[in-house]
Ligand binder design. Structure first.
Ligand code: SME
Length: 161
């Protein structure tokens, strides 16, 4: 199993492609926490995200799981904030300007845009959400959504085995 990641490519898309291949290798670690921790770290440092983390569904709320970045909110209710809405609607949400999203939960005043993707269990229920924040406005587009959906499929392969 790889113990470091090497990102090749100059465009953001090329970097994602290079990184995704290595995420599959990190997913081979049999321990769920070890595998998820490394995947979140690889995404953070590979793509230079400001903040990235998983919020895990526990007792009908989202609880902070493996993350990389500044200290964050620990619990989010169903339908609350961007994360709670992605959970409730079972859909990826891209927010170009967090100030325009009603009910946005600001864990850091530095976050300006955000993408949240649901992570599904075998029966189609949401097990967790992947939340990524940027300090730049409108930093996530359809290409990010496509590539991060591939990353979510790798996370699903870990949590559903
Ligand atoms: N902004 C998120 C809360 C989590 S932090 O961004 C890390 C939300 O509105 O759900």
């Amino acid at each position: 199993m790889a113990e470091s990641i090497i990102i090749s490519g100059t465009t953001k898309e090329e970097k994602y492609t290079s990184l995704l291949a290595q995420l599959k290798s990190l997913a081979e670690e049999p321990d769920v926490y070890a595998a998820l921790g490394n995947i979140i770290s690889a995404l953070k440092y590979g793509m230079d995200f400001f903040w990235i983390g998983l919020y895990i569904v526990k007792n009908n709320e989202l609880v902070l799981g493996p993350f990389q970045g500044t200290v964050a909110c620990t619990r989010i209710g169903f339908g609350k904030g961007v994360c709670g809405n992605a959970w409730k609607n079972k859909k990826t949400i891209v927010v170009d300007d967090v100030d325009t999203f009603e009910g946005h939960i600001a864990c850091s005043t530095e976050s300006k845009s955000e993408i949240v993707l649901p992570v599904f269990g075998k029966t189609g229920d949401v097990l967790m959400v992947l939340d990524i924040d940027s300090t730049r406005l409108a930093d996530f587009n359809s290409m990010d959504e496509l590539k991060l959906t591939e990353a979510v499929h790798i996370i699903e392969s870990i949590v559903n085995r």
